[in-house]
Design a protein around this ligand. Sequence first.
Ligand SMILES: NC(=O)c1ccc[n+]([C@@H]2O[C@H](COP(=O)([O-])OP(=O)(O)OC[C@H]3O[C@@H](n4cnc5c(N)ncnc54)[C@H](OP(=O)(O)O)[C@@H]3O)[C@@H](O)[C@H]2O)c1
Length: 338
Amino acid sequence: VKQVILRSHPNGVPRATDFSVVEAAMPSPADGQVLLKTLWLSLDPMIRLSLDENVITGPTKVRIGDVVFGATVSRVEASRHPDFAVGDYVDGRTGWREYAAIDPKAVPLRKVDASVAPLSTAVGALGMPGQTAHACMIGVGRVAAGETVVISAAAGAVGSLAGQIGKILGARVVGIAGNDAKCAALVKLGFDAAVNYKSPDYAEKLKVACPNGVDCYIENVGGTVTEAVLPLFKYRARMPVCGFIAYYGVGREGPGPDKLPGFMRAVMSKGLEIRGFGGTMVAGPAALKDLAEWVKAGKLKVTETIVEGLDAAPAAFAATFADNDHIGKVMVRVAKDA
Ligand SMILES: NC(=O)c1ccc[n+]([C@@H]2O[C@H](COP(=O)([O-])OP(=O)(O)OC[C@H]3O[C@@H](n4cnc5c(N)ncnc54)[C@H](OP(=O)(O)O)[C@@H]3O)[C@@H](O)[C@H]2O)c1
């Protein structure tokens, strides 16, 4: 059976060649374990932080030769644990592999009800990215009707959901994304405007899209994308720091020049409220109920980019950090549910 291991610690932006797809023996569950067949693998940018030799943050370290860490939706194929039966669906961080023998005490597993929504949503709109989008807009961002909210990496899993939640809340929603096709897709999802940060007049276009200034900026990126937002902040605006993908892989030092003085000035003079957070911790299970209701009512559209087979995972993951056409949650269909 196949699994993906780390071949080399990425230097900056990851490459597909930093990973190897290798064959391993079919695992066999010990007492207290379950044998899982992976159906869906979620490709999350946060995984990048686990791949460095010196991990600066994140839930785990992946060493050379280790199976890459990641969230999956799986089916129980054999069970030696009283709480899990053959045929149950679960999500958990079981890694980039076709089969895994898991002790739920070591790797927590959440049962997934396949009758509620397609299974892939358990690691997308109805899972961690959905909860994170909920936290961005509600728990941390406190976005209110009539406010203007700007979202970076807006065409991604979190951003595409956060923007739609912003519309449910009655806000003006402006997305920032890396090409015109993504911007058009965001407007189709209900965003009021979307701006391509790679266009030469990006900062000017963002200003035009936010005629009343910015009440809340969902930070997913950092760097020059964020710099253009700073002058648009209203007094006492909020800036939930959900992620900082432009800096993943640059360690703590980052490339110069250091723009911190200008940033600190904006924080102080605009009374910015900046708060970092873990989406699942802030949003909790209550958010999953909201998300499921919105999906059922047709208020929240689920957008996914699906790649086929574990072999495709390394290149699709690497593409997250470069030019790509991904819209919504990036998922690997590791196996069909049959
Ligand atoms: N705090 C939490 O609990 C939590 C949970 C989940 C995710 N996150 C964070 O939230 C952010 C979005 O996650 P996601 O799952 O929505 O990601 P995603 O669906 O994989 O989308 C990531 C997108 O970010 C953009 N990007 C990549 N490198 C960039 C750069 N250098 N500058 C500007 N944009 C860049 C790319 O789109 P473009 O074409 O637009 O460049 C890429 O497709 C990430 O920072 C992630 O780490 C945080």
